[in-house]
Design a protein around this ligand. Structure first.
Ligand code: A3P
Length: 281
């Protein structure tokens, strides 16, 4: 395979077989007070994970931890078991791949959506910057790859449609669906909605402090305490890249936007999902 075709870094890790690992997770035990932050990659998982941590701890202070170590598919059973409660976990997996015990124990699930055009741009930059990917393709060659789902975690469209159906099947109150865009424009309101869902208090002072501590500039400056700069191009961690809504406009040509919209409309045609990620959004 051409180096740019070898797109799945996890699959390439010697001795690590992603499929077997994920299947092995089926029997993992959940705890009733586990919280699971779920999203397609690059949808704002770090941001929401950090906010949820602060809400649960009722303190706008960053805990010396790292989102990656609380990631279901990036962790081992032992690490998960050694975490103290309440565990704030996260995953990019589909709902059907989440260990069933999390559903049976009615753990709180948060699902984040983001405009797929911004997700595509963010994911492209992630590929180019994270050395493990060994990816040096152009944006032009990446976009069709993203649209056809030949990327880690597969198609954004299939992922979102799958989660939409799963959400409908779950009892009221067990899943909180939010968007990156709303979190961006109404951060404090969204923090309060999250608090309500989690069943924790959040007065105006706490929501303001969390909003500030979790702002893009603060999170970018502080970085994750355990983030390894050597894993990134030029030794510059790239998890906090731009943190904006609509950066896709700086990347998409008119033709690319039309191509994207055509795929979007075709993929979403049979769904009752209502998202405002249409043509010029
Ligand atoms: P960009 O590449 O568009 O900047 P994830 O955490 O799911 O990997 O998502 C990463 C995206 O969320 C990146 O998008 C990143 O910059 C953005 N992000 C992370 N923290 C953020 C914050 N505090 N505010 C706004 N965006 C944030």
């Amino acid at each position: 395979l051409d180096i740019n075709e070898r797109f799945f870094p996890v699959l390439r890790t010697p001795g690590y077989d992603q499929e077997t690992e994920i299947r092995g997770m089926e029997s993992w035990e959940a705890r009733c007070n586990d919280v699971l932050v779920c999203a397609y990659p690059k949808s704002g998982t770090h941001w929401v994970w950090e906010i949820v941590n602060m809400l649960i701890n009722q303190k706008a202070t960053r805990i010396p931890s790292m989102k990656e170590s609380a990631m279901l598919e990036g962790s081992s059973r032992n690490i998960m078991q050694s975490m103290s409660s309440p565990r704030i976990l996260n995953t990019h997996l589909l709902f059907c791949d989440i260990p069933r015990d999390f559903v049976e124990k009615k753990c709180k699930i948060i699902h984040i959506l983001r405009n797929p055009k911004d997700v595509a741009v963010s994911f492209y930059n992630h590929h180019v910057r994270l050395l493990d990917y060994e990816y040096s393709g152009t944006w032009r060659s990446y976009l069709p790859r993203f649209l056809s789902g030949r990327v880690d975690y597969g198609s954004w469209f299939d992922n979102v449609l799958h989660w939409h159906e799963a959400t409908k099947s779950l009892p009221n109150g067990s899943i909180h669906v939010m968007t990156y865009e709303n979190l961006h424009t109404s951060t404090e309101e969204e923090i309060k909605r999250l608090a309500e869902f989690l069943g924790v208090g959040c007065n105006n002072t706490l929501s303001r402090e969390i909003c500030e501590m979790c702002s893009f500039s603060v999170m970018k400056q502080d970085k994750d305490p355990l983030e390894d700069a050597s894993e990134w191009k030029h030794g510059e961690p790239g998890m906090y890249r731009k943190g904006q809504v609509g950066d896709w406009r700086n990347w998409f040509t008119v033709a690319q936007n039309e191509m994207f919209t055509a795929v979007y409309e075709q993929k979403m045609a049979d769904s009752d999902i209502t998202l405002e990620y249409g043509h010029d959004k």
